[in-house]
Design a binder for this molecule. Structure first.
Ligand SMILES: *Cc1c(COP(=O)(O)O)cnc(C)c1O
Length: 470
């Protein structure tokens, strides 16, 4: 008890520490109030025994600098995606094209977001991107909202609030992140009318449900994140559109990933496209801006003038609207698709999907060489590492069966694997890799070539924490 009191007495007061010259410098660059708060936090931790008491008041300088660095680190930080999963939802899905980044930076100030520059009066936010989406999908009209889930919910609310929505049993899926079709239908204020069976749903099943009455919309969901094989049958969108036209029931297609490029040109199996859904006669097609399209987070509705008009007039539309920076990034990304070759060259997602394995292997080997040299120069043990065949994924709940052949950097880390992965994540900027049974796998497919240097420096420092502890 007495020792505890002595310990407390030895801790200098806030004012005394604030008067030290090093503290004055910190106050100058970070402001008195914040530095004082950080200093109090340090003192609290020393008092609680979580930090050891420095030998002299000046020993607090380092503790305070560490605290300021930690507390000042932004929550949202850039990271290097070395997982080999291109559309990694946890790492922000699509990295954007330089054109999109520039446009977003320019849009951060004032702009004609809802202002008609020709007429000099209030305009509509919803005109932006709409022309490009029409051009690229062949739709009569288009609307951009906050995300894909929002686009689906808005379409359902606009067509079927308080009424029934016919969906195949086989399409009552969960997309990820808790997006479950039955729940979205319910959240939109509509009633789910499940038709057919899990493995087979025919046109007659939909027709019967409509005949029974109360069905205000047909929803077709693209099973983007899993494949169904065996004794299966599903009704095509064109047939559904035919039935919809006959019975006056609009058809909504939840497409998920909005691939605007040619799948075969990217070396991918066939994937339904927004243009294909529009051509098949869907009233509204919903897809994401940040999946295969390769743009910022957004949800796009493309379809008939009447369908889009209904969605735009619904109150939910205002709640789901996206901001000017997103609109600018999406517009710049969409504009690249006017020239397919340019889209493939400039949109990172498309470039990463089609990156040849030889190129990835060459980069990995060059990187490894740099790491070996760097580690030798700092007197660190060489890494037990090599370049081996591997597999990358498109991710984002798309192309579940597709494994892209890769050449990955494999580090034999043994018992250190967890600690080294943590060190890579603690690097500035963080490097997120894949770990498996004592091995660390670095896949460069989703790493921009200009980020190879970051990975190199992270691997050169690897094991430093362990060395210091020893
Ligand atoms: C991803 C996906 C969604 C949700 O889109 P977000 O942009 O993630 O909100 C909806 N439907 C399908 C079929 C999807 O694949």
């Amino acid at each position: 008890m007495g020792a505890h009191r002595d310990h407390r007495r030895a801790i200098p007061g806030v004012d005394r520490l604030l008067a030290r010259p090093w503290c004055g410098l910190l106050v100058e660059s970070h402001g008195r109030a914040w530095v004082t708060a950080r200093l109090r936090a340090v003192l609290d931790r020393v008092r609680a025994g979580a930090l050891s008491l420095p030998a002299s008041p000046d020993g607090f300088a380092e503790l305070l600098r560490d605290e300021i660095a930690l507390a000042g680190t932004p929550s949202l930080r850039p990271a290097v995606n070395a997982t080999g999963v291109i559309l990694h939802t946890n790492l922000g899905r699509a990295p954007l094209a330089p054109e999109a980044r520039d446009a977003m930076a320019r849009a951060a100030g004032y702009g004609n977001v809802e202002f008609d520059l020709d007429a000099g009066r209030r305009g509509s936010r919803y005109v932006h991107c709409a022309g490009l989406v029409r051009e690229l999908t062949g739709a009569e009209a288009a609307l951009v909202v906050n995300n894909g889930a929002g686009a689906v919910a808005l379409a359902l609310a606009a067509f079927a609030a308080g009424k029934g929505v016919a969906v195949s049993h086989g399409e009552l899926v969960e997309i990820g992140g808790g997006f479950r079709i039955p729940e979205v239908v319910e959240a939109a204020g509509a009633r789910l009318v499940a038709v057919g069976t899990t493995n087979r749903t025919r046109l007659g099943d939909y027709a019967r449900a409509i005949g029974d009455g109360g069905v205000a919309a047909i929803l077709k969901v693209h099973r983007s994140n899993f494949a169904m094989t065996g004794f299966t049958e599903e009704t095509g969108l064109a047939e559904l559109a035919g039935l919809g036209a006959e019975t006056g029931v609009p058809v909504i297609h939840d497409l998920g990933s909005g691939l605007l490029a040619d799948a075969a040109g990217l070396g991918l199996p066939p994937e339904p496209t927004p243009a294909g859904s529009v051509a098949a006669g869907a009233d509204l097609v919903a897809f994401s801006g940040d999946k295969l399209l390769g743009g910022p987070q957004a949800g796009i509705l493309a379809g008939t003038r009447a369908g889009v008009g209904r969605a735009r007039a619904h109150p939910l539309c205002r709640a789901l609207r996206c901001d000017k920076v997103t609109l600018a990034g999406l517009e710049a990304t969409l504009a690249l698709y006017r020239d397919p070759a340019r889209a493939r060259a400039r949109i990172p997602v498309l470039r990463m999907i089609s990156a040849p394995v030889e190129e990835l292997g060459g980069r990995a080997r060059a990187l490894l060489k740099g790491v070996a040299g760097g580690r030798a120069a700092r007197g660190a043990a060489p890494l037990a590492a090599g370049v081996v065949p591997g597999e990358s994924l498109v991710g984002g709940g798309t192309f579940p069966g597709v494994r892209l052949p890769a050449a990955v950097l494999r580090i034999e880390a043994g018992d250190e694997a967890e600690a080294w992965m943590a060190e890579l994540r603690a690097h500035d900027p963080p490097v997120v890799a894949r770990g498996r049974k004592g091995r660390i796998l670095i896949d460069l497919r989703a790493v921009a070539p200009e980020e190879d240097a970051v990975v190199t420096s992270a691997l050169i420092s690897l094991g430093r924490t362990g060395e210091e502890a020893r």
